[in-house]
Every structure is written in C-alpha cells, then in structure tokens.
Design a protein. Structure first.
Lengths: 299, 316
C-alpha cells in the first residue's frame, strides 16, 4: 500500500470569487466506508472532482493512494469514480459501454459486471435505461476496475429508495470481498447512515466533522431538562446546540465524562440529528458554539 | 483507444465517405461534357508553346462555357473546414457539454493519452479522405489546369497537398476551440472564423512571397494577360526610372494626348513607360504546394500540442 486512500491538506478550490471548497484537511483511513455529507454547495462534488483530477486545486494539495491525481493521472486506474448523475454515453449500448471501460483500464475484471447487470439486456442503449439501471451499470463499471478506492457522488439522487438500497447492498457485498475504501457523497444522511462507519461533514468553511461513526455517537448526548441559565455542566465539554421549547431546554453536547446532575435527562442521539445540528451553525444561539469544533478522534 | 475512436466517430466517417463518393460521382458526371467539348474544339492543339491560329477565340469560348462549373468547384475550398466543424469541434465540446468527460477521463487511460490517441487517429482519417478528395478535384480540373494553369488561387486552393493539410489544420483548430469554448456551437463558430482568417492571411500575405516573384517588363501597349498559367500578382505601369505610375497620372497622360490629338498609346510609349508584370510562374506549383502544406501541417501540430497541454489544466 502506498499511502492513505485519500488525503487532503488545506485543499481549496475557487470558482471566480466564490470558494467551492476551502480549508479542507482530512485523511480517509484505509478500508473505511465514508459518508461525505454536508449541505448543498458545501463542496462535496468539488472535493471528489479534485480527488479525480477533474479539477486543479486553487490552494493546498490532495493525494489519492499516495499520488497526485493531476500530476500522476495513472492512479485513476485504481480509483472507481461515479460522477453525479452517472454520466455515460447515451448512444452506446450496454455492451459497448462495458467494452469502453475494458479498453481503457488494464486491470479490468470481466467477472464482475455481469453479476450486477442480470436484468439489463446488453444490447439496450444506455439512453433507454431507467435511472436505476443506469446507476447499476455505472456501479458495475466502477467495480469491474477492481478499484482500491471507490468515489460515488450523490449515487442515490435520482433513485427510488428501493433501488438505492439495492445499489448500496451490491456495493457493500463487493467491497466486503476486496476491502476497498469507499467514499459516498450524499446530502441525504439516511442513505449513508446504514453503511458508513466514518463520517466527513463539510460546510462552506471546511471540514466541520471528521470521525468514526461509533466514536461520534458515543461522545454526543442529548440533555433535556427545565429551562435555566446555562453555566458549565459537569461532564460536558462543549454545547453543540441548544433548543428552547416552552420551559423545556434541550442541549446537544459533547461529553467528556458521565453527567451526574440528576435534573438532566440524558439520551443518546441519532446520527442524522447529530449531523443536522452541526450542519446548521446559523441556528446556534451562542457565539461560543458557533466556532469550529475541533473534533478529530481517529489517528 | 482505436476501438473507442472508431465507436465514437464511425458516424462521422460514414458521413465523410458518403460525401466523398457524392463528390466523385458529381465529378464523373460533369467531367464527361467537359472532356467532349475539349476534344470537339481540339483544345490540346492550343496548349503552349505551339498554339494554332484561332485559339484566342476557342479557348475563351470553352472557358466561358464552363465558367459556372469552375466557380462551383472553386467553392469546394470550404470542404476542409468541415473536418474542423463536424469532427474537431465536437470532439471535446460534446464530452464537456454532456459531462461524459467525467466518465471518460476517470478511467485508466490518462486524459492526454486519450486526446492524443483520438486526435492522431482522426488526423490519419482526415488526411486520407482529404487526399482522395484532392485527387478527384485534380482529375476534374485537368483540362482547365492545362489551359489556365493551377498556381493561381482558383486551382491551388483545391488541388494537391494543401487540401489534406487544410483539413488537418481545421481538425486541430476544432479540437482546441472545443476545449476552450466547451459548447459545440460556439466551438464550431470559432473554428470557422479562425480557419477562414488563417487561410485568408496566408493567401494574401504569405503565399505570394514564398519565393521571390518574377518580373517581366513588356511594352506599355502590350495586350493580353501575358503569361498564361502563371499567378499574376501585380500588373503596373512604370516610368523610365522604374517608379510606379498612379492611375491619376495615367489618366492625365491619356487626357493630355487626346487634347494634343496624339494617339495615347504611342504617347505613352514616347514617355518611356513600361508595363511591369510581377508573377509566380506555373512551374513553382509543387514547390508552393509543399511549402503551404508544410506550413499548415506545422500549424496543426502546434495547435494540437496546445490542446494536449491545456487539457490537463482546464478546470472541468
């Protein structure tokens, strides 16, 4: 192995005067299934485009499997990338599309695609396939390359929930065999929650969260209790969000020990709630918590 | 990449071959009456140096009879631009328009190799088809070439080596414009403008000076084109000191002669004025073809290199 699957260091991309991605520093561990999430325009697609050399960074650097995707594009032979909307040649038949990838990838494995395409005629034109079939084909093409890193950009955007779940299952079955690293960019947290063991949350300002899912859930708690002026609470390192409803106060907090105050009801928090809280800094009432939380648990 | 290129461009190949076949058929059909008129008038006897009497009437008659066709064939000069418009310009613009570059450029073949392989294969096809089209036109223009020569633009631009070279240049321009403009229609427009402008500039400012033009000095009163088959660049009156006579002073001299009731022709002769004809001789045809074709092939190579260099840095 030559370096981590995906490393970004101060990575940024500017489009004219606007930043598509800024101050992005992260290290995706080997073999992780990563959910890359964030609000629309948070930079998810930009990050993946930078990782595949489709974009050149405006600042910082990105390295994929230890290599620079722009300077050393041959690394893309080991990367399976499905862009948003799974663009393929619509005039090609399914068989021709497979032939295209076979001819442009030396490590092509003929065994893999047919497993995924059982219900699609190889003579059908790509343009006539349903969204679900096209996404399946695109995933098959990526897996047939036997990639060490799979990058999927909003793979479920145009799929019905059933097709999305099926696609995810196929991906997971395959990845379990090859131990490839997977990065799934999606703004729908429910989609990635089921399979991801690692979360990267992007906001306009950079990487807001980068953590193992278990560690993340273990360290966060939801506190409910009567409304009161807030001082420091024992066992709480950081208040991520506070929400008032009538006389009730609900806090999402990062803990650093057990919470002993009996006036608080302590509950675990779901991943979706947790991520939504981090995604919406504008709803945070105190300036203290609107600062970037330096959460970095893993290596 | 050969299979990929073939799969993506076979429709264009079929179109181009169809066009070539249509051109050949049209040439075949129209050439027959030309040949029979050429034989009927025994025009081969009018070829220099031994022109028989009556040729000064027969040759213009023959030329007038087919002037419309010759003009139409001259319009084939736009043909090489088609390679740029319909093959070159969409090559990258269509990928970028439909976002399929995100698929094609993230495979194991690097972008530069992808572009270079596709462009070189298409260039080979373009050169071959361009050479065949050029051959058809040369065969069709045979009788006119023998009578009028072919170093003048009406023959030079649609014959010989320059035709495939122009097509190659148009193809390269199309590829680059597709990368810069990223939309097919915009790329096609830009290709057409750039191709037309380059052709015009070379024709007007470079080709006349590929080799130093020859000069011939004849009597000011001599008539006729003076030198059939040559490319006449200029035909001016000069005075005894070699200075050019402006149209105004020529008119003045004629007026002067008329007032003095002298024959203007002999008056001009007595002034010592001469006609100087500057021209490129017919015999330089192949030299010029080689020079111009070489120039356009070099331009095409430069344009492709710029495109290959740019394709890696272009933000997509």
């Amino acid at each position: 192995m030559s370096g981590a699957p995906l490393v970004a260091d101060g990575l940024g991309k500017r489009y004219g005067r606007d930043w598509g991605l800024r101050d992005c520093t992260l290290t995706i561990p080997d073999g992780a299934i990563v959910g890359l999430t964030g609000a629309n325009a948070a930079g998810k697609s930009t990050l993946l485009a930078l990782a595949t050399g489709l974009l050149a960074p405006s600042e910082g650097s990105v390295s994929v499997l230890g290599r620079d995707p722009l300077r050393d594009p041959s690394v893309l032979a080991d990367v399976g990338f499905v862009a948003q909307g799974a663009p393929l040649y619509r005039s090609f038949s399914v068989a021709e599309t497979i032939e295209f990838v076979r001819r442009t990838n030396s490590g092509w494995d003929d065994e893999i695609v047919p497993d995924l395409l059982t219900r699609i005629s190889s003579r059908a034109k790509v343009g006539s396939l349903s969204e679900g079939e096209r996404a399946r084909l695109a995933l098959g093409l990526v897996l047939g390359k036997r990639p060490r890193l799979v990058l999927l950009d909003e793979p479920f955007a145009s799929l019905d929930p059933l097709a999305g779940r099926e696609l995810l299952q196929l991906l997971m079955d395959h990845v379990a065999e090859t131990a490839a690293t997977v990065v799934i960019a999606s703004h729908v947290i429910a989609d990635i929650e089921r399979v991801c063991d690692h979360i990267v949350l992007l906001t306009g300002g950079g990487v807001r969260l980068e953590s193992n899912v278990e560690v993340l859930l273990d360290s966060h708690r939801l506190l409910t209790g009567p409304r009161r002026p807030l001082g420091s609470i024992r066992g709480v390192r950081e208040i991520v969000r506070e929400r008032h409803s009538g006389r009730q106060l609900t806090l999402l907090v990062v803990t650093d020990g057990p919470i002993v105050d009996p006036s608080w009801t302590v509950e675990p928090v779901g991943l979706e709630d947790l991520l939504l809280a981090y995604m919406a800094p504008e709803r945070l009432p105190t300036p203290r918590t609107s600062e970037k939380v330096p959460l970095r648990w893993h290596g | 990449m050969a299979w990929v290129t073939w799969r993506q461009h076979r429709a264009q190949l079929v179109g181009a071959v169809g066009l070539l076949v249509a051109l050949a058929l049209a040439a075949l059909i129209t050439r027959l009456p030309i040949q029979s008129a050429f034989n009927r008038d025994s025009l081969s006897a009018c070829l220099p140096p031994a022109a028989r009497t009556g040729c000064d009437l027969i040759v213009p008659h023959f030329e007038n009879e087919f002037a419309g066709w010759v003009a139409a064939v001259r319009g084939l000069a736009v043909l090489p631009a088609l390679a740029g418009l319909f093959v070159g310009a969409p090559l990258l613009a269509r990928e970028l328009e439909h976002e399929t570059h995100r698929f094609a450029w993230t495979q194991g073949v690097t972008r530069r190799r992808w572009l270079l392989s596709k462009t070189s294969l298409l260039a080979a096809g373009t050169l071959l088809l361009g050479a065949l089209a050029s051959g058809v036109v040369m065969w069709w223009r045979g009788p006119f070439d023998t009578l009028e020569g072919r170093i003048g633009p009406s023959g030079f631009d649609i014959e010989g080596l320059v035709v495939p070279a122009y097509a190659l240049f148009a193809l390269a321009l199309g590829v680059l414009c597709g990368l810069i403009f990223r939309r097919s229609v915009a790329a096609m427009t830009a290709t057409l403008v750039a191709f037309g402008a380059t052709r015009f500039l070379v024709l007007e400012f470079l080709r006349p000076h590929f080799l130093t033009p020859l000069h011939r000095i004849v009597a000011a009163t001599a008539t006729g084109s003076q030198g059939a088959g040559n490319w006449v660049l200029s035909d001016t009156l000069v005075d005894g000191g070699g200075r050019q006579i402006t149209a105004a002073s020529e008119n003045l001299a004629v007026l002067h002669a008329q007032q003095a009731r002298i024959d203007p022709h002999s008056y001009i002769v007595t002034l010592g004025w001469k006609r100087v004809i500057s021209y490129q001789p017919a015999g330089r045809f192949w030299t010029f073809q080689l020079l111009e074709a070489g120039l356009f092939v070099a331009l095409a190579a430069a344009v492709v290199l710029v495109a290959v260099w740019l394709v890696r840095r272009t933000p997509t």
